[in-house]
Design a protein around this ligand. Structure first.
Ligand SMILES: *Cc1c(COP(=O)(O)O)cnc(C)c1O
Length: 358
């Protein structure tokens, strides 16, 4: 069986050597030595100023909204994983959807400004499939209207924009290190910010709002990463260049084979690729279903990602239909992409797609 993704596991002896260290230190969680080491190594590797590791990418979003004291309305994209919207609703904020660009799949800055009113507090864009948003346009809008920007950068591990980390845009960027992501810590995530004044508050918020034994200034939560997760991250970081080059080869072969037959994502020309996903877009949903069925019959399971469009969720209060996102979400499929996807299996996937298109 071939799934859309397969978690990367590092050398087991290396992972065991970290587990031995945890047994020696007897320090399992609460900002232990491995979490601290991973924060230092990631901030260097990614080229970001402040990084705070947390237990997952969803809670990273929750904490970001709390750290910035958001209220009322937040403008976001309808084309993302459900956590982008559900985290906004869970924070008692109202998501307002700005439709996407049909070529880049990212929020269209042209649709953002007309939705801004007195209640607008922030913009929450997503770098969809690791493709950089139009960050400079979004920055201009946020400055003009004095509103915050939180990037859900769950897909954008190690993407550079004009030679600087894409994660350094916005007030806060969040990452997911879930087992299915390009870089993972089993479960995990991170909060990235250039604003030094937010770092202390974020560190208290992830630990129940506790500052010290006598002072609890914030309503916090439990969002701590543990040492076993950090150990996995340290092992993966050693292998990250190999992981990326293997994925790059797979993506290039898909691209060469399918670019004349299917719509592919248009990539931001100012940014690097991280080869995190390989989405293809069909002419209509029937064609997608036909291809999906043909692949499933060969035990190959691509994923309808993202579907449904988030503006159509049952708990979204008022009708704000985003036509482009709804249309795209019905026609888009992510093909299997992981480090040890065998060449002959990839050939089978490509040939099956090609055959069912005719
Ligand atoms: C994976 C993902 C999340 C959630 O991250 P978790 O670590 O699974 O909680 C949020 N947003 C996007 C776009 C994602 O792909």
């Amino acid at each position: 069986m071939i799934n859309v993704t397969k978690s990367y596991l590092p050398n087991i002896e290396k992972y065991k050597s970290y587990i031995d260290k945890i047994y020696e230190s007897n320090w399992l969680t609460n900002s232990g030595p491995l979490v601290q080491e991973l924060e230092i190594r990631l901030s260097k590797y990614l080229g970001v100023k402040n990084i705070i590791l947390v237990s997952n990418g969803t809670v990273a979003l929750d904490i970001a909204y709390k750290a910035l004291d958001l209220k009322d309305e937040v403008i976001t994209t309808p084309f993302s994983f459900v956590a982008t919207t559900s985290s906004i609703v869970n924070a008692n904020l109202n998501p307002v959807f700005a439709d996407i660009n049909e070529k880049t799949f990212n929020i269209n800055p042209k649709n953002i400004e007309k939705l801004i009113n007195k209640s607008t507090n922030a913009i929450v864009p997503v770098h969809v499939f690791g493709n950089a948003c139009e960050v400079e346009e979004i920055e201009n809008i946020s400055k003009k209207h004095n509103i915050k920007v939180i990037y859900d950068a769950a897909h954008a591990f190690d993407v550079k924009y004009k030679d600087k980390s894409l994660l350094s845009y916005g007030d806060i960027s969040t990452l997911s290190f879930h087992a299915t992501k390009l870089f993972h810590t089993i479960e995990g995530g991170a909060i990235i910010t250039n604003d030094d004044s937010l770092v202390e508050k974020i560190r208290y918020l992830i630990n129940f709002g506790i500052k010290n034994q006598t002072h609890i200034p914030y309503i916090g939560t439990n969002a701590k990463m543990n040492e076993f997760e950090a150990a996995m991250g340290l092992c993966l970081l050693d292998d990250i260049e190999d992981i990326k080059s293997a994925r790059k080869n797979i993506v290039n072969f898909y691209e060469d084979s399918l670019k004349n037959l299917l719509q592919l994502q248009e990539h931001n020309i100012y940014s690097t690729k991280n080869y995190s996903y390989f989405p293809v877009v069909f002419d209509d949903e029937d064609m997608l279903l036909k291809v999906q069925k043909a692949l499933n019959e060969k035990d190959i399971f691509p994923r309808r990602y993202f579907y449904p469009s988030l503006d159509s969720l049952s708990y979204i209060k008022y009708n704000q239909e985003c036509k482009i996102s709804r249309d795209l979400s019905k026609r888009i499929l992510c093909l299997p992409l992981f480090v040890d996807l065998a060449f002959k299996d990839q050939e089978l996937i490509i040939n099956t797609v090609k055959k069912s298109l005719n």
